[in-house]
Design a protein around this ligand. Structure first.
Ligand code: NAD
Length: 387
């Protein structure tokens, strides 16, 4: 029997829209899901934006006050897609109100914030999912399986990169993203959080690291009106960028493998250049988000001059079969959010977690916190493994 589950979305920028569309599409791709999400309400502080979202996407109601969502008995699950500084307050309030939680990365500004949300979720006994969508790509799951099977030998070293130009324009507005109080640690929370999650997902726990950070665009113009996404603000009053544009980091894994994680939000000429290269004693595996459905794979016994093949993921890999009938029919970014919605709602239906959850967010936040400590001290630091 299919039961209805009332859902709400808090914060209707890019991610608010993508979560909403994922709720709308999830049963098209996963007809076995015993829950049917119903769009109950959308909360958004910019005047008119919630009403517009309700009208366009079919929410039954709209509000400017997210606290009304916690008190709404029609709502069983909530997407938290507001800026990072609100994750803790909203996440804890929703869990305490007994709502299941689909919350965006990095889950707050700090390790303490991620832990607070994780604790509230555990105490309330609700289910939670976190927006580490890149691990949902079938090619990433295939890479993980390949690595775990030993087919590239013992992993020796890996490089994880997240280069983007979304903040490269000197006129991009000084939004919440560039403030410590509302955006947290800049590119660390924005992009390196995904990188830390991917590193763990593929290679296991990170035990120690050393990092260097930098701000390359020290001032930006304050926006004069409401913003969403990466708005421009030419001619506005300039203000300081308070958090990192760049992080470069050396990693040590519990397995003994070594890694490099590099993330930058002001890389001119780079659009979503996210990916990894994992090397083992007998082979290697390569992934690039911009060619999301392909893997480069080198395996065999040649060691030297060993060829690299392009492998297109297909219905046997991850959740590919829920989207496309055969290899080389492309899945896209929004599909990764549909996979995430499915795993979240399946967790709710079964009362047991599936997919990336708050323990993963806490571990990613622990790595980010270690990067910040190391950048300050200039030394190697231990990643505090959360209990
Ligand atoms: N998983 C991913 O790949 C991914 C990609 C982008 C962003 N994110 C995360 O999603 C979150 C949102 O990012 P975005 O790119 O959608 O940002 P955005 O700026 O486009 O949207 C945020 C929205 O929240 C609204 N908002 C602010 N304060 C609010 C309040 N008190 N109540 C209700 N709404 C409020 C803003 O007006 C805006 O519309 C961030 O935490 C970000 O890190 C994740």
């Amino acid at each position: 029997m299919v039961e209805a589950l009332g859902v709400a979305v808090i914060g209707f920028g890019w991610m608010g829209r993508v979560h909403t569309q994922a709720y709308a599409r999830v049963r098209h791709h996963y007809p076995q899901l015993p829950l049917r999400p119903e769009l109950i309400t959308v909360a958004e502080e910019v005047p008119g934006r919630a009403e517009e979202a309700a009208e366009r996407f079919g929410f039954a109601s709209a509000t400017r006050n997210w606290r009304e969502v916690a008190a709404d008995p029609r709502v069983g699950a909530v997407s938290v897609t507001a800026p990072n500084f609100l994750h803790r307050e909203i996440g804890v309030a929703m869990a305490e109100a007994g709502k299941h939680l689909w919350i965006e990365k990095p889950v707050g500004l700090t390790l303490a914030d991620a832990r607070a949300v994780a604790d509230a979720v555990a105490a309330a006994g609700v289910q939670a999912a976190v927006g580490f969508n890149y691990r949902n790509a079938p090619a990433v799951e295939a890479a993980r399986d390949l690595i775990a099977s030993g087919s590239i030998g013992t992993v020796t070293h890996a490089r994880i990169r997240l280069f983007s130009d979304y903040a490269a324009h000197p006129e991009s507005a000084l939004t919440w993203r560039y403030e410590r109080e509302r955006g947290g640690s800049g590119v660390l929370g924005d992009l390196a959080s995904h990188g830390a999650d991917l590193a763990r997902f593929l290679l296991g726990d990170i035990t120690a690291l050393t990092a260097d950070t930098a701000v390359f665009v020290p001032e930006r113009a304050r926006p004069t009106g409401a913003t969403a996404g990466h708005a421009r603000a030419a001619g506005g009053v300039p203000g300081p960028v308070e958090n990192e544009d760049y992080v470069g980091c050396l990693l040590r894994f519990a397995s003994g493998a070594r890694g490099v994680l590099e993330a930058c939000r002001v890389s001119v000429g780079e659009q979503n250049n996210y990916g990894f290269e994992v090397h083992g004693t007998r082979g290697a595996v390569f992934w690039d988000f911009r060619r999301m459905n392909e893997l480069g794979v080198s395996r065999g016994t040649a060691y030297q001059d060993q060829p690299v093949s392009t492998v297109y993921v297909g219905p046997g890999d991850g959740d590919f079969a829920a989207f496309q009938p055969g290899a080389a029919n492309a899945m896209g970014f929004d599909d990764l959010k549909v996979v995430e919605a499915y795993r979240f709602l399946r967790s709710v239906a079964e009362g047991t977690p599936h997919g990336a959850g708050l323990p993963d967010a806490v571990r990613s936040a622990a790595a980010l916190e270690a990067m910040a400590r190391s950048a300050e001290s200039g030394t190697w630091v231990t990643v505090r493994t959360p209990s």
